[in-house]
Design a protein. Structure first.
Length: 225
């Protein structure tokens, strides 16, 4: 999958994006706007999940901007199948719905980002680039709902963290638990995003953490969030 930020020589990589929404009045203008964004190539506009899967199968795709409520194959099932059949494709949900069931179902299916349709163009582009770089971006309302939902399930998760986790890694976990993206964590700790990624990789390996949602659960269970 292409790096959404830059290559080692500083050259910006271009992300190949599919825009999926069953409403042409939403899909077409959004695709047109994103096509004008630096570093983004809109390679397909899909009206349902079947078209998303076909686009992923027919050519290189880095990120899918996915609506949830679509005919035939909906966004949740399409995300689940992408994760299984095309694991290199990142999904960013863009939907009207921010209820707990929709958020948890999308993230559980493998979505890397979740935005509501009141998100601005810059927010959407930022989320696409973050997803392409392997990061997660959640709408503030979605973060709050996710944290509230996870707090109800955290009691069943081990509260103890491995002894070899460093104080800095613990700080990073606490900030993930608060819903902060990597850039905000870097700014908060006065370190680079690359250093944040290193801490996260080490933390996940030591604690057996699968993904960002799992990290939030562990932070809550450990009393860090």
């Amino acid at each position: 999958m292409s790096d959404a930020t830059s290559d080692q020589d500083g050259t910006t990589q271009r992300l190949r994006v599919v825009v999926a929404d069953d409403q042409a009045a939403v899909r077409e203008p959004l695709a047109a706007v994103l096509a004008l964004s630096p570093g983004i190539d809109v390679v397909a506009a899909a009206a349902d999940g079947d078209q998303v899967l076909a686009a992923a199968a027919s050519g290189p795709v880095d990120v899918v901007l996915m609506d949830l409520r679509m005919p035939r194959t909906d966004g949740i099932e399409a995300t689940r199948r992408l994760a299984a059949e095309h694991p290199g494709v990142a999904v960013v949900v863009l939907t009207t719905y921010a209820d707990d069931d929709s958020v948890l179902a999308a993230l559980g299916a493998g979505a890397r980002g979740y935005l509501t349709k009141n998100a601005g163009r810059e927010d959407i582009v930022r989320a696409i680039r973050a997803a392409g770089a392997g990061q997660s971006v959640l709408d503030r309302e979605v973060q709050d709902r996710l944290l509230a939902a996870l707090r109800t399930t955290a009691p069943g998760i081990p509260s103890a963290l491995p002894e070899d986790i460093t104080p800095r890694e613990r700080e990073v976990l606490a900030l993930i638990g608060r819903g902060l993206p990597n850039r905000a964590i870097a700014e908060h700790l006065f370190i680079s995003e690359a250093t944040v990624k290193t801490h996260i990789n080490n933390l996940f390996a030591k604690a057996g953490i699968r993904d960002r949602a799992d990290a939030v659960r562990r932070a809550i269970a450990a009393g860090l969030a």
